[in-house]
Write a protein that binds this ligand. Structure first.
Ligand code: ISE
Length: 338
């Protein structure tokens, strides 16, 4: 294979972002088919992809089209499983936007199908593994002079959320990024997780518990305290401080000019996640293409995606139980050991 000819399944906001990215900035790949259950949606995707692209409303037809040799799944998470299984069945590499699936049960079906196929076909779109700052932290940790990481203090703050954002989504849609990237960062696995509900912000819509504090412990005993706060009102603010035995390191934030104006000294905070991680998305999709062309998968595997869903299920359980819940994965199968 010397070029990926991609069918994009799901032409919502992130689907359209990836279509634009693949057509304009990615080497070795082009979008040849777009699909959305809503024809209007598919047409919006096609308008970005260009005139030669074929438009589908049935994902099976798009995935099995003879000119398609790779698949990007950007439907809402609860609809990821079926197109991913169809791509595995067709033996075509598939990039699934995060999360792999909304439930661990769906994730397990995907992992089982991929193992049965005998090929690594699935990559999950956890873009933070491609973020420059997280990679700099990982490299610093690998130097060894900081000693072992002991405590991670993180924030995941967003300006605001849509009315259909639920209490569970603070885990399944938002904290899911830290659930994936932090064990990768410190080379460990989650052991138990707990969610504590502080006083709810008056800005949270009816029924939404926000902020939430997630306390997550790894198998080696590293403790993460994560503040998810999606109505902060001042921008998209991702922080990660790693307290190690011999020193402390902080995730670099995107740099903006420091300005002096009107008796204030200030620095901008990024507006939203698309802008904050835009470079990571480019690097991630290029890495997927490069791996897929060699018959490999990079980034987060289907197993990583499945483990993230198991962890998310445990945190969602803790949202109501209030107590720490165990993360039980049954151990990494040989197929996924790196
Ligand atoms: C999105 O995928 C993100 O990357 C944001 O960090 C998160 O706040 C949002 O809820 C997700 O949908």
């Amino acid at each position: 294979m010397n070029e990926l000819k991609i069918a994009v399944i799901g032409c919502g906001m992130i689907g359209r972002e990836h279509i634009e990215r693949i057509q304009n900035r990615i080497r070795g790949a082009s979008v040849v088919a777009v699909c959305d259950v809503f024809e209007e949606g598919a047409k919006k995707g096609a308008a970005i992809a260009g005139e030669d692209v074929r438009v589908f409303t049935d994902f099976n037809e798009a995935i099995n089209a003879p000119d398609v040799n790779a698949v990007v799944v950007t439907t809402p998470g609860q609809f990821h499983k079926d197109p991913i299984l169809a791509a595995i069945k067709a033996g075509k590499p598939v990039f699934s936007e995060k999360p792999l699936a909304n439930t661990a049960a769906d994730g397990k079906e995907i992992v089982d199908a991929e193992m049965a196929s005998g090929k690594h076909l699935v990559q999950v779109g956890f873009m933070r593994r491609y973020d420059r700052g997280y990679n700099q932290l990982k490299a610093l940790l690998a130097e060894g002079k900081f000693g072992a990481p002991l405590v991670l203090k993180c924030t995941h703050r967003a300006d605001g959320v849509a009315d259909d954002y639920s209490t569970a989504m603070a885990v399944t849609d938002t904290a899911i990024h830290e659930i994936d990237v932090l064990p990768w960062l410190v080379d460990d696995e989650w052991d138990e997780v707990q969610c504590i509900m502080p006083k709810t912000s008056a800005k949270a819509h009816e029924g939404l518990k926000d902020p939430q504090i997630m306390i997550m412990k790894t198998k080696s005993g590293i403790v993460t305290v994560l503040e998810v706060n999606v109505n902060c009102g001042f921008g998209y603010d991702i922080n990660c401080e790693i307290v190690c035995e011999n020193g402390v390191m902080n995730l670099p934030c995107p740099s903006f000019p420091t300005v002096r104006f009107d008796h204030n000294v200030s620095t901008k905070i990024e507006d939203n996640w698309i802008l904050r991680f835009i470079d990571s998305y480019d690097v991630e999709i290029q890495d997927w293409v490069d791996h897929a062309l060699k018959g490999e998968a990079g980034g987060s595997s289907a197993w990583d995606g499945y483990v993230a869903s198991i962890t998310a299920d445990a945190l969602v359980k803790s949202q109501t139980s209030g107590v720490p819940e165990k993360v039980v994965t049954g151990g990494t199968p040989d197929f996924y050991k790196k």
